[in-house]
Design a protein around this ligand. Structure first.
Ligand code: KG4
Ligand code: ZN
Length: 330
């Protein structure tokens, strides 16, 4: 089954072709980071217009790339596709609607099934691409909008075991980057700066939330206080490293505890914050020491992309009719 994936849930326009959920055939992505940087965050109306402008030219580029892999003319690639897959939520409603309208038009014109996928499940499915991962596993989904521990019993059946009660982990990275004047998007900038700092410089608090839930809003306030009332030795790299340590420590500890108590030996990382080098290395070390099998996508498949959408369509997509809508929250 060859699936065309379409992603427009936030500020990346992306198309990809994936065969049977695991084999990436071709992938194209345009990031709008530069457009939104001046505003310090994504402006939904601007993002939707950019998706609209990018949609047709980017799809044409994908077909050219795929034609050489599939050894057919670019004009024949779409007829080889088995289904059109699209994220219809959660995300920014205006940007989701651009992708969904495009997906519906393609499905109707080509007379192919339309499959809708949940954005968070799609992040998890990025881990199926190029691997032999099979459920059961525990997934830590850490993105700009979500922070969840999910227990996948099968490809389609999952339970949310824990989640943030306030800010998402990526949101905390972005807010702290703004406090430190590192600009947008914040996560990669904090990651880079933290590598030069001492994580023990500041004792930032972990949110005191029971069970497998998380809280990051108090941590962000503590960082703000440290910057507004600076110690004589204030160094941005030390603040970044100490903040990163506080976020990643609690993400790591609760995920490993949860995996042990659920008797699951496979842990899957997903979402933009899964690109964080310190978080990745914590899980790589525990894999060696405690025998867990850790899966984390290549960096390009951690942040928003369309390959994960095409994969999710194969494993857990919903066949939809042309009246299907988009949703901003789950
Ligand atoms: O999954 P994603 O691309 O979009 C959402 O669905 O939200 O995640 C974006 C988030 C942003 O908050 C960004 O700052 C964060 O992922 N991020 C990182 C890193 N790369 C991206 N956070 C920490 N370290 C990184 N290297
Ligand atoms: Zn995402």
């Amino acid at each position: 089954m060859l699936c065309l994936g379409i992603e427009t849930s936030c500020d990346e326009t992306a198309f990809a072709l994936v065969e049977s959920g695991r084999r990436l055939i071709a992938s194209k992505l345009i990031s709008q980071t530069e457009v939104h940087r001046a505003f310090g965050g994504v402006v939904p109306e601007v993002a939707a217009r950019r998706h609209l402008e990018a949609f047709n030219p980017l799809l044409s580029e994908l077909l050219v790339e795929a034609s050489s892999v599939l050894a057919v003319p670019a004009s024949d690639v779409l007829s080889a596709v088995s289904a059109i897959a699209c994220t219809n939520g959660p995300g920014l409603i205006g940007t989701l609607l651009v992708g969904l309208a495009g997906a519906k038009a393609l499905a109707w014109a080509l007379d192919k099934p339309l499959l809708t996928v949940d954005h968070i499940q799609a992040h998890v499915c990025a881990n199926y691409i190029g691997t032999e991962l099979e459920p059961p596993f525990l997934a830590l989904v850490v993105s700009g909008g979500h922070t969840q521990i999910m227990h996948f019993k099968s490809y389609k059946e999952f339970e949310i075991v824990g989640q943030t009660i306030d800010d998402a982990s990526g949101e905390a990275y972005d807010k702290v980057a703004r406090i430190l004047g590192l600009g947008y998007p914040g996560g990669p900038a904090v990651d880079k700066l933290a590598a030069q700092g001492n994580p023990q410089s500041y004792n930032f608090p972990e949110g005191q939330v029971p069970g497998y839930d998380f809280s990051f809003s108090g941590l962000k306030t503590a960082v703000m206080r440290a910057v507004e009332n600076p110690r004589s030795d204030l160094a941005a790299a030390d603040v970044a490293a100490s903040f990163q340590d506080a976020v990643n420590r609690v993400l790591f500890r609760k995920t490993v505890q949860c995996a042990k108590s659920y008797g699951v030996n496979q842990i899957v990382l997903a979402g933009g914050v899964a690109a964080n080098s310190d978080l990745r290395s914590r899980f790589e070390k525990v894999a060696l020491v405690e025998g867990f099998k850790i899966f984390r996508p290549p960096i390009a498949l951690c942040t928003d992309n369309a390959a994960m959408v095409a994969s999710a369509a194969f494993f857990s997509g919903h066949e939809a009719d042309l009246s299907v809508g988009a949703y901003s929250r789950r």
